[in-house]
Design a binder for this molecule. Structure first.
Ligand code: BES
Ligand code: MG
Ligand code: ZN
Length: 489
């Protein structure tokens, strides 16, 4: 889709969309068109009882005394950035029924114009690549979006970083939608190598190298798979070389069968999404690089496939993590933490980050506790937890802090090793036990937040600016946090 910002003017043909804020008079150009059509706009609004509320619109077809195809009055409720973005969602739901390929939106201000275009980018998304029958494909897609506003140049400037974030979100969604026979560790890493063109340095660490580093816990998870386990490092330098980086770690289990602790089919058939953490980190790094954020950031992806086979690790195997701590693998389906703990040790020792965030579809329990719209966070640092909570509110990607502590730590006790990987009381405090396991790998009080996105990575019904399926949740959240808290101004 092409986006163009243009000076305010009434087009003579095609489809015009006016953004109408609740309980305020019609925008000036809409007023003008209303006069030209002898009151057709106001009459339609009356008939439809349209007041500019969220999720509502009025659709006028071929209004008299014009050569226009359609005039759409779109309710945006308030003029907040989020409301403007979300109003785009309502319009995009009608792309097929209204046959919209080219639209001209009339916006009041440059901010409104930029955020509307951003909302369209986020909402106008489908993963159609494997549909070969035309009746299953989108009947029509929006090709040209023109947004008229008072200062098109200013709108374009505001839009540039938003477009970068939208692109990051798309990268994340595409990676999660792809099935596990297409996205596996080697192909995911190959995709990352191609990101070099975006001002990102990319390094792929293979299994042999990881073995030399002592990352036995991570390697154990992938040992039953025909695919080699890989670690990918994405590096973005947007500040002084000497500035300590922020690190983002991603769980990249490209398919989680559960391993020998095999999942039942109904839980297994969604497990291509278990690389959601790694996909989110990848999308975030693309967003930061594309908008040239003034920060140093490191993305570290642990790419493995969790499969049963004669080579797979067995429940009760003991592995030594890179940190030196030993782990009794009592449940091969609690594999995410086994991947993350080695990434944490590697990252802290190699990059000495000033803050470390990990993203993971880690526990089914977080979905039970917080549902599909809120991610669970766990932290050793109140200030960082507050910062990310604020970012979540600003971007409508909310997080909720869940507890760590001694009561969860005790559940990690093993008969034979330093800890076991699951809790010794099944289902009790599942998300906190997983968080507590990770907390054992923090060195020198590195400020850290663990974000459990098992509930938010995918949406069954769709959410505002998040069409059904892979949401891309987390890219906006972390981009905002970087922007508000870590960038040198
Ligand atoms: N990948 C799953 C968690 C998950 C569940 C992600 C639902 C997305 C949706 C994870 O590896 C897992 O299997 N966790 C177990 C841990 C348990 C065995 C301690 C779980 O949550 O049941
Ligand atoms: Mg699992
Ligand atoms: Zn998993």
């Amino acid at each position: 889709m092409k986006v163009l910002f243009s000076p305010l003017a009434l087009p003579q043909q095609g489809t015009i969309v006016f953004l109408v804020t609740q309980d305020t008079p019609l925008p000036t150009l809409a007023q003008k068109l209303d006069d030209q059509t002898q009151g057709a706009l106001t009459r339609s609004m009356g008939v439809e009882q349209f007041t500019g509320k969220k999720n509502t619109l009025v659709n006028l077809v071929a209004p008299t005394h014009t050569e226009l195809d359609r005039v759409i009055l779109l309710g945006v409720e308030s003029s907040s950035e989020l409301d403007i973005q979300q109003s785009a969602d309502t319009l995009i739901k009608h792309v097929e029924t209204f046959n919209l390929t080219d639209i001209h939106v009339i916006s009041e201000t440059d901010t409104q114009a930029a955020h509307f275009a951003y909302g369209v980018q986020l909402s106008h998304y489908r993963f159609d690549k494997y549909r070969t029958r035309t009746e299953l494909q989108a009947k029509c897609v929006l090709e040209n979006l023109t947004v008229g506003c008072d200062d098109p140049k200013a709108a374009q400037e505001l839009y540039q970083p938003l477009e970068a974030v939208a692109e990051g979100v798309k990268v994340t969604r595409d990676l999660i939608w792809e099935p596990a026979n297409v996205v596996y560790p080697e192909s995911f890493a190959q995709f990352c190598v191609c990101l070099k063109e975006h001002d990102l340095e990319v390094e792929v660490v293979n299994s042999k190298q990881m073995s030399e580093l002592g990352m036995t816990s991570l390697l154990g998870v992938g040992q039953g798979s025909q695919h080699e386990s890989l670690m990918v490092i994405l590096k973005y330098t947007g500040a002084k070389e000497s500035d300590e980086p922020i690190a983002f770690l991603g769980k990249g289990v490209t398919f989680d069968s559960g391993g020998l602790s095999l999942k039942p089919n109904t839980s297994m058939n969604t497990m291509k999404e278990d690389m959601g953490g790694a996909a989110t980190v990848t999308g975030l790094m693309v967003a930061l690089a594309k908008r040239q954020a003034k920060v140093n950031a490191i993305g570290v992806l642990g790419l493995v496939e969790n499969m049963p086979s004669d080579k797979a690790q067995r429940p009760s195997d003991v592995v030594t993590s890179m940190s030196g701590q030993t782990i009794e693998v009592m449940n091969t389906d609690a594999e995410g933490r086994l991947v993350l703990c080695d990434l944490m040790t590697y990252t802290q020792r190699t990059f000495k980050p000033k803050a470390m965030f990990d993203l993971a579809t880690l526990t089914g329990a977080v979905l039970v506790a917080l549902g599909e719209e809120i991610a669970g966070i766990f932290s050793n640092n109140d200030e960082l937890a507050e910062k990310i909570t604020a970012a979540g509110e600003a971007e409508q990607e909310p997080v909720w802090r869940l507890p760590l502590g001694g009561q969860f730590d005790r559940l990690l006790k093993s008969e034979i090793a330093d800890m076991r990987n699951d809790g010794n009381k099944p289902r009790i405090g599942g998300s906190s036990v997983a968080g507590q396991f990770l907390a054992r790998f923090i060195e020198n009080d590195t400020p850290w937040v663990h974000i459990d996105i098992a509930g938010t990575a995918w949406t069954g019904e769709g959410l505002p600016n998040k069409p059904k399926g892979a949401t891309g949740y987390g890219v906006r959240l972390l981009d905002r946090m970087v922007k508000d808290q870590f960038e040198t101004k």
